[in-house]
Design a protein around this ligand. Structure first.
Ligand code: M6R
Length: 620
């Protein structure tokens, strides 16, 4: 969840580290820090709070550094204070470490280290790594023919061998100026190899401004880096050849293109993204095609059951996928919350396909579900946005979402990219399994034409009215969201968007389930957002909405243009242009994203970096 960056090279190291931290801050933003080797002296500067505070402090220093490490934190062990911010150092202050992940034998290690005389200054698990390296360094017999870089490498390996849990680390040692060591086990770490400069990061977005030539570390690999050297070794000490690849991925734009927040920019990017996805996947009205998919058609034909596992917004997309796959393919499909799937003992047989959906491709629970499936010899298909991510590398085949980098913690364009890919994948599989013929597919595909334009219309025409609605309801204490059928996930997603950025409690329900308990919450102060396009379950949804109105609930309705049923009933009506029923979720979610955004902005909250959250949740 935190961001790591390290750099060695001729540029201004502090400036490079700060720029990278700004790119990484969406991964965690409660504190941050850097360590540099100023000549052969280790200097650490860190701060609680946002990066500009650190930047301000750093103006007091002038470092002559050729190498440095940096970190932006999302607290797991210990409060987000300056002392708990990374980098952490050993007793002598000669080793500095930044770390992502969780050390599970933290208690045992800290007790052992304390007994041996180490003074631990923070409440973090990371600090232990610095002390373990310090111990290993002092145990290494330093003879003249063992260069310091080997001593350092051996010490890091020795320290890591005592740790159980997950980690990606980068570290510096005064004894080996200009050199950095990185290692990973369960958390991503990417090595960038430029011309006479190298870098290391938890995130591709921070590497790409330096170089597009990368090596993605595997678990249990270490890397020793300096301006002139890049050596990969296994945890057992065996030297490995780097597997370089050149990444062709759009860089995260540093500016918000005139929008006040990244989230709003990303909401407005959705029509263009969908247009691009359709043109790449369908090329006109062709049968959808996934060039990158390495699962063979012969394999995809044989499955008799599908389990989708994912978290948060990606799980909501998974429910949409379930509805489509069952409807069109008649394949039993479950959509599971990854953190439940991984710990219960699901029946996983080899005629099951597991689909793991994740924007980041680094969500710990989703990865654990994937690994569980693979350990039972079940094939896994990933739906993922980030190239090179762990999910894309560990799945048997991956479909990339093509949403482009998403910065706002609240997922928006990745969600609609997930929906459209699940829709297209259903058609692809339908054709492969001879359930849908070409004419049926072409007729369904024709309903996609105009989708991007309809999304534009919804966004542009609704913004002012959604703002009015946000003003009226910004002080509500809770919101309810109701829908049926293919829009049930829209209700869940609308509620999640609101609560994660505005901190207003919100729950989404299947409208038919509402009267089995939650209806008791309805009173004259309770806004109820009803998603009711004129679809096959409209009449049923309408009755549920009448029940809410009868109990004094304040209605906000999303329905289809031309439907006047709510004109007298609802305080606000947001309409979508008519579209094929199974595509309505790509339109109905848009006003709900805007509503969440505008309420959070009116409350003066940091929309892109909501409290307690991080963009990718790499701890369970
Ligand atoms: O990267 P992933 O799609 O695996 O992330 C899953 C969730 O953490 C994520 O969707 C989260 O719920 C978002 N903040 C929702 O906006």
């Amino acid at each position: 969840m935190c961001g790591i960056f390290a750099y060695a090279g001729p540029r201004d190291v502090v400036e490079v580290l700060l720029t990278a931290l700004k790119r990484l801050q969406y991964r965690g933003y409660d504190s941050c820090g850097i360590a540099v080797l100023d000549g052969d002296e280790l200097m650490v500067v860190k701060e609680a709070g946002p990066i500009d505070r650190l930047e301000k402090r750093l103006t007091q220093y002038t470092f002559q550094a050729r190498a440095g490490i940096a970190h932006t934190r999302w607290a797991t062990h210990g409060q987000p204070t300056t002392v708990n911010a990374h980098p952490h150092t050993d007793c002598s202050g000669t080793v500095a470490v930044v770390h992502n992940g969780v050390i599970e034998n933290y208690r045992e290690l800290s007790q052992r280290l304390t007994e041996r005389g180490h003074i631990l200054r923070s409440q973090t698990d990371t600090e232990l790594i610095a002390h373990l390296i310090e111990e290993a360094l002092s145990e290494q017999s330093r003879t003249e023919d063992v260069p310091n870089e080997q001593v350092f490498l051996q010490s890091v390996r020795q320290a890591l061998s005592q740790i159980s849990g997950t980690y990606a680390i980068a570290c510096l040692w005064e004894g080996a100026p200009g050199l950095m060591i990185g290692a990973r086990h369960g958390c991503p770490l990417i090595v960038g190899a430029g011309e006479q400069e190298v870098c290391l990061s938890s995130d591709l977005n921070a590497v790409l401004p330096i170089t597009r030539k990368v090596h993605i570390l595997n678990d249990d690999e270490l890397v020793l880096l300096s301006e002139k050297n890049l050596i990969i070794v296994s945890v057992t000490g065996q030297e490995l050849s780097p597997r370089f690849q050149v990444i062709d991925w759009q860089l995260v734009q540093e500016d918000r293109a005139g929008f006040p927040t990244f989230m709003l920019k990303e909401i407005y990017e959705q029509p263009d993204r969908i247009e691009e996805i359709l043109s790449q996947r369908c090329r006109g009205e062709q049968i959808p095609f996934f060039e990158e998919l390495t699962l063979r058609p012969s394999e995809l034909i044989g499955f008799r059951r599908i389990i989708i596992e994912a978290a948060g917004t990606s799980w909501h997309a998974g429910i949409y996928g379930k509805y489509l796959l069952e409807k069109y393919l008649r394949l039993p499909t479950e959509a599971e919350i990854a953190s439940e799937f991984r710990y219960r003992q699901p029946v996983l047989e080899q005629d099951t396909l597991v689909i793991a959906i994740s924007q980041s491709g680094e969500t710990a629970d989703t990865l654990a579900g994937l690994r569980q499936a693979k350990s039972r010899f079940v094939r896994v298909l990933g739906f993922c946005n980030v190239p090179g991510s762990t999910l894309s590398r560990e799945s048997d085949g991956t479909i990339f979402l093509l949403a482009g980098p998403e910065v706002g913690v609240a997922s928006t364009k990745a969600y609609t990219a997930q929906l459209i890919h699940l829709f297209l994948f259903t058609l692809y599989l339908g054709r492969l399994r001879w359930i849908l013929d070409e004419d049926q597919i072409r007729s369904i595909l024709s309903s996609l034409s105009g989708l991007p334009e309809k999304m534009r219309v919804v966004l542009e025409s609704h913004d002012p009215i959604v703002r009015d609605c946000a003003r009226r309801f910004q002080n509500a204490r809770h919101f309810l969201y109701l829908a049926r059928g293919i829009n049930y996930p829209t209700a869940l997603e609308g509620a999640l968007k609101l609560k994660e950025i505005s901190y207003i409690h919100a729950s989404g329900y299947a409208a038919g389930e509402f009267k089995h308990g939650p209806i008791a919450l309805v009173d004259k102060d309770c806004p109820v957002v009803c998603i009711a396009p004129t679809d096959s379950v409209y009449e049923k949804t309408f009755s549920n909405i009448e029940e809410v109105r009868a109990r004094g609930g304040r209605l906000i309705v999303v329905t289809t243009e031309g439907n006047s049923d709510f004109d007298q009933m609802a305080e606000f009506v947001f309409t979508i242009p008519p579209i094929f029923e199974d595509l309505t979720p790509l339109l109905t979610v848009l006003p709900l994203q805007l509503l969440a955004h505008h309420i959070a902005s009116l409350k003066g909250l940091d929309v892109d970096k909501p409290r307690n959250l991080a963009k990718s949740v790499t701890v369970e």
